[in-house]
Design a protein around this ligand. Structure first.
Ligand code: ATP
Ligand code: MG
Ligand code: MG
Length: 347
């Protein structure tokens, strides 16, 4: 049997490992963290840093394909791995999505609409960008942000200095604030043979920058629904992508804007565990292993709710309530930490 390598053993790596095992693959996870949730379920977990060349080479040599659960992997580590074994999704997908400026530029060049944006390297750039983009606007670090971290709102030009300080004065992008009606996302996959399958768009509610719930079907006109799916397919094809991709959109009265893309399984796709025969995790493993994709068909209306921090106190009630439970096995409950999620069929 073949062995699949996964960079990152957080909850997404863990769920990918379980899906791979179900398809009969062995799994090796690479994560410097001894206590990573994924390390519990993989046959071999490598607890070495991303700077450890020997460990990276040994990892690459022990698997037939490498995938990943996050986009901030040091490029030098990827170079070492790629010299030995294919990385799927490819380097272009990673490079494009790890930097918000490159990402927005790519989307713009593809003909997809985004919030207005400008590059900000220093205070002078920010003042200049504010004259073009205006306020309210959002300043975001170009790299490493997630769950709304590394972002600061700017309500008036006087707030520029504080916002730049808040994000640590790092290379950034200024985005015009989008007054959206709602947020939706499309989870889609592209196989090794170039075939594309998309799941129905889900409607996402965030709280404090963290995804709270995803509901399918999303409230979208038929036209916007196909716009969203076609945008995801266009991104997959342009990147020569293999695997599952998440695309986040803002729904506005004037149509859809793309917010960001994630070159991996996505939190807003967890509903597929309850709503589809082949969920996003199996779909991703199928794609990177060169197997035929599932068709993405949805057989139920689902609400996915993240269990964040002390939401875990509600676990007994949720269990008694018949919700589908998925816990990540994290030892310590901390505020703002994603501990698991539940899926409910909507009636
Ligand atoms: P994720 O955890 O989804 O990766 P992230 O930290 O990468 O999040 P974004 O998705 O860019 O950050 O932003 C988080 C949330 O902040 C968005 O889902 C949206 O609610 C809000 N937001 C981001 N950019 C804008 C914008 N330009 N206008 C209005 N709201 C925005
Ligand atoms: Mg993001
Ligand atoms: Mg996001």
């Amino acid at each position: 049997g073949a062995t699949i390598g996964i960079l990152g053993g957080g909850q997404l790596g863990r769920m990918l490992a379980v899906a791979a095992a179900r398809l009969g693959y062995r799994v090796h996870i690479y994560d410097p963290d001894q206590g990573a949730p994924g390390a519990e379920v993989a046959r071999v977990a490598t607890h070495a840093s991303y700077g450890d060349e020997q460990a990276l080479r040994a990892f690459a040599q022990s698997v037939q394909v490498v995938t990943y659960e996050f986009e901030n992997i040091p490029p030098a580590a990827l170079d070492l791995i790629e010299a030995v074994v294919p990385i799927r999704p490819n380097r272009k997908a990673l490079a494009t999505s790890r930097d918000r400026l490159d990402e927005k530029t790519f989307l713009h060049e593809l003909g997809l609409r985004t919030a207005r944006f400008a590059a900000v390297d220093d205070a002078e750039d920010l003042a200049q960008a504010l004259t073009v983009i205006g306020t309210p606007s959002i300043l975001k670090t170009r790299t490493m942000g997630y769950d709304g971290k590394g972002q600061a709102r700017i309500l008036s030009p006087e707030g520029a200095e504080a916002a730049f300080a808040q994000i640590g004065g790092r290379a950034a992008i200024l985005e015009g604030f989008v007054d959206f009606d709602r947020e939706v996302s499309v989870i889609a996959a592209r196989g090794l043979d170039g075939s594309v399958a998309a799941y129905d768009p889900g409607e996402n509610v965030h709280e404090g920058g963290i995804l709270r719930t995803t509901t399918v079907p999303a409230r979208l006109s038929p036209g916007m629904r196909s716009d969203a799916v076609l945008a995801a397919a266009r991104i997959l094809n342009a990147l020569g992508y293999v695997g599952v991709l998440g695309v986040e959109f803002f729904v506005t009265p004037r149509g859809l804007l793309v917010n960001e893309i994630a070159p991996r399984v996505h939190n807003s796709g967890h509903w597929t565990e309850a709503g589809c025969l082949i969920d996003q995790f199996e779909q991703h493993i199928r794609a990177i292993a060169g197997l035929p994709l599932g068709d993405g068909k949805r057989h139920a209306d689902v609400v996915m709710e993240n269990l964040i921090g002390h939401d875990m106190d509600r676990l007994p009630d949720l269990l008694a309530d018949g919700a589908q439970i998925h816990l990540y096995g994290k030892a310590e409950t901390r505020e703002g930490r994603k501990m698991g999620h539940v899926n409910r069929i909507r009636r």
